[in-house]
Structure formats: C-alpha cells, structure tokens
Design a protein around this ligand. Structure first.
Ligand code: CP
Ligand code: NVA
Length: 261
C-alpha cells in the first residue's frame, strides 16, 4: 500500500540470492481492501506463493493478512510497527560495537512505527533506550508498557524525556526518523512546527558520547529531523544499516521458510 525502496529491493534481492523468485504487487494491482477484502487476498495468494511481505497503512490489515494466510506473512511496515527495520538496526549495532547488552540508545523525534519496533527490540536484548518526543507524539501506550516490561526482564531501562538533550546524554547510539511518516502528509505543516526543537544536529550530538554512532532508517529529510552535516558524519552507520536489511531479511526468510517446509 505504500512506496518502498530498501524493504522491497532488499527482500527481492534476498529471495533471488536464495534461489527463489519474486512477484511485486502494488496497491494499484490488488487494491487491498477495496477491490476485495484482505482475507480473500491472503487466502488466495497463499495458494500461489511460499511467503508474503506486506506493507500496509492500518496495522489491522497486516494482522488480518497473517490471520487468514496459510504461509509466512512478514510485516514490511505498517502504521504501527516496522519489525524488519528493528532487526537490521540491532544487527548493525551488534556488528559495530560487538555487543548489545548495556549499550545506551538515544532516540529523538516522532513516536512512530520505527521507534515502536526499535524499543521492543532493544528491550528484548538489553539495550537501554531514552526517547525524546514532543508530549503529543509519545509512543503508543501499549507498546510502551510491553517494552518497559521486557526491558525490566532483560535488565535494561526504557525511558521517555521531553527534552532531547536529556535523551542524548551519554548515548552510544543516536537515532532519528522522519517527522512526517507515510500517510501523515496532511499533518505536515503542524508537525514541522511541533518537532522543530527535536532535530538531530551538531549541538544535540555533542550530548552523546564522543564515540557515539548515528543511525536513521531512511529515507531521511535533511534539514528536518537531521542535518546534512550529521547525516554525512564519519560517525554515521546509516548506509551499513541499510545494507544490513538485506542480510537480516535473508536470514528471516531462511528461518520462516524452513520452519514451514
Ligand atoms: N527504511 C525503509 O523501510 O525504507 P523503504 O521505505 O525505502 O523500504
Ligand atoms: N516512519 C517512516 C518510516 C519509513 C521507512 C514512515 O512510516 O514513513
């Protein structure tokens, strides 16, 4: 239902490298939920293919797809979560630092799908997270509660701050994402105003550790959530992070397709 570069190309290349073949169905092809109900699409596609990656607006569409499909369904981003991104993010952090547990990630910006999966993932592997969002854009309450619970079980801390400087203090990894996610375009002007002081720029970066690394899921809007200078910094892991989508999604496909065969 939404455009994609990294998720789509990384999955297509992953499948091809693993010896499979791929079919891409855009919104114009199947008109999910409009031309026919999600459950019919899910059941019929399950008779044709071995696995499906879905990218939806409403999260309930992804859930309904999974409920009715008889093959693995991977969430390639919904309005609520972006789990494949979080897997690649954690892999990238592990690759760079050689460990996860005990590291501190500071996130600044919107309490959105990318953040939701990131806090869940970090909590499960013991990465401490401090999140700064404008008060009206805090993460989803039930995701937050479950992340707190998971963090506690793994000896980590997940906390919210109104002030971005406090969230960045002493961070090993600094992370941000767009202020205007896909589907929120009509809120653009309001969001640009509200998020102005939540930009990842040189001044904010100085609060983090001198050894900190910079992450962004891409696509990025330079001059909005992040400055060009920070994007281009030698401390950036952003391109490696995008590369890792391929490796991690390949692993995910192996895991899911193996267990159903
Ligand atoms: N990060 C990410 O999911 O990028 P795409 O929207 O290009 O797939
Ligand atoms: N939060 C962004 C992520 C894009 C990969 C969006 O949903 O548009």
């Amino acid at each position: 239902q939404k455009p994609s570069m990294r998720t789509r190309v990384a999955f297509e290349v992953a499948v091809l490298q693993l010896g499979g073949s791929v079919i891409y169905l855009g919104q114009e092809d199947i008109q999910l939920g409009q031309r026919e109900p999600v459950k019919d699409v899910a059941r019929v596609l399950s008779r044709y293919v071995d696995g499906i990656v879905v990218r939806t607006f409403a999260h309930k569409n992804a859930q309904e797809f999974a409920a009715y499909a008889s093959i693995p369904v991977i969430n390639g981003l919904s309005d609520l979560v972006h789990p494949c991104q979080a897997l690649a993010d954690l892999f990238t952090i592990q690759e760079h630092f050689g460990r996860l547990k005990g590291l501190h990630l500071g996130y600044v910006g919107d309490g959105n799908n990318v953040l939701h999966s990131l806090i869940q993932g970090c909590a499960m592997v013991g990465v401490n997270v401090s999140v700064a969002t404008p008060p009206a854009y805090r993460p989803n309450a039930s995701i937050w509660t479950s992340a707190m619970r998971r963090a506690k079980a793994h000896g980590a801390v997940v906390r919210w701050e109104r002030d971005p400087k406090r969230a960045m203090q002493g961070a090993d990894v600094v992370y941000t994402d767009v202020w205007v996610s896909m589907g929120k375009e009509q809120e653009r002007q309001k969001r640009l105003k509200t998020f102005r002081s939540y930009q990842l720029n040189r001044a904010l970066l100085q609060r983090a550790k001198p050894t900190c690394r910079i992450m962004h899921c891409l696509p990025a809007h330079r001059g909005e959530e992040i400055t060009d200078e920070v994007m281009e910094s030698p401390r950036s892991l952003i391109v490696a992070q995008a590369e890792n989508r391929l490796h991690v999604q390949k692993a995910l496909l192996m895991l899911l397709l193996k267990t159903t065969r």
